[in-house]
Design a protein around this ligand. Sequence first.
Ligand code: ADP
Ligand code: MG
Length: 452
Amino acid sequence: MTNSELWQSVLAQMQFHISKANFATWFQNTEIISIDEEKATISVPNAFSKEWLSNKYNKLILKTLHDIDDKIKDLEFIIKPQLAKSPATKILIENERIETEQLKFDEFKINKDTNLNPRYTFDGFVVGSFNELAHAAALAVSENPGVTYNPLFIYGGVGLGKTHLIQSIGNKITENSKKKKVKYISSEKFVSGIVSAIRSGNIESFKANLSSIDVLIIDDIQFLAGKNKTQEEFFHAFNSLYEKNRQIVLSSDRPPNAIPELEERLRSRFEGGMIADISLPDYETRLVILKQKTQEKNIELPDDVLEYIATNVKKNIRELEGALNKLLIYYKINNNVTNLETAKKLLKGFVFSPFDVASYKKIIEAVAKFYNLEEKNLFDPTRRKEIVRPRQVAMFLMRRELKYSFPAIARKFGGKDHTTAIYAYKKILQESEENNKLTEELNLIKQRIYSG
Ligand code: ADP
Ligand code: MG
């Protein structure tokens, strides 16, 4: 790799970390002018850039360089006013083009009435054993809205295709019948819509608006947790649509019975319809997805590169796309298909992902998040059930996933007696064998631990 190629891949990666505006400001007209032993010298156009890059981005640049070439351990910036266009400018222009193309595409196309993005279709949705139930249910709903499964509740971890699938339903229904009023709303939008309607005294018209919808699709419904007023309004909207046989489609990162602080009456409404999950795709399916995406994006990649990605990028489908996009940028800049060796370098960040390893910190974080607690709550010296149970789960996972000894677990929890840790482990183990809900919770928490 020449210095210029090396710098280009650094620049390509920097753009994943910083905003476009910052990138344009600080990286324009920069290049590697030499690498001596362990030190890379980078020229920058002025003192201003030098200061910013060395103060703010030094670490990130060094890490990125080091990831690609591990002999580099130090950085120096020197000022070198430039006239000619450097690789940074070139990459910028290219990316600007790619980005505006994408932006335009999405912006133009998001339907103002339905909020649906036409990119999300059943045609572009790869089906495998990990999502076939959810897909079949979605298809059935799109063919017979309001009749077959109501509500349809799709759940699964991030980046696994929930939004894609539920929007496909909406797109299919509008395609079949222009008359049907379809609305896709994220939970955040739904909440803020209700809040501002209440504030401005327009809640009645907000409700009237909702009740005229034929197909209501709400994404990431877990965000309604704990928002009582919103849940109340949602409950009424739900009932009024449901009674008129209007279709309701919901997605969440977990099943209804694992959403904390969800009103019982809503939970039982959700459970009254069809619940389908999406899990992780296996290797074969990842490969199929990659092939499908390369076709969509109009880029050709050698089989060994695709296999390499499918083998190593396992976190979710969004990451698979991210890996492809990285190669796509390289491809557009260099007009050259990535070979396996370059792909490996470009994808280092994806492959050596710390996500595959569990840690104490991640367990605490995932457990606390899952149960809607602050991390420090897990260590509260209390016997309250809302805390004791999550703490037992954390102890159980530390034993199971990290093989911590019981005394070590007890120490982490403020020097509790190690029999407490043993008790917690046994209790969770036994209960999870008898209780599907707990098993499912443990699985979802583990998914979070291992997927960052
Ligand atoms: P989620 O809503 O579950 O976080 P998304 O629906 O946003 O995930 O999916 C992340 C990305 O992966 C999207 O770009 C989507 O098009 C793509 N994707 C997810 N599942 C599939 C699939 N089965 N086939 C093709 N692309 C998929
Ligand atoms: Mg989503």
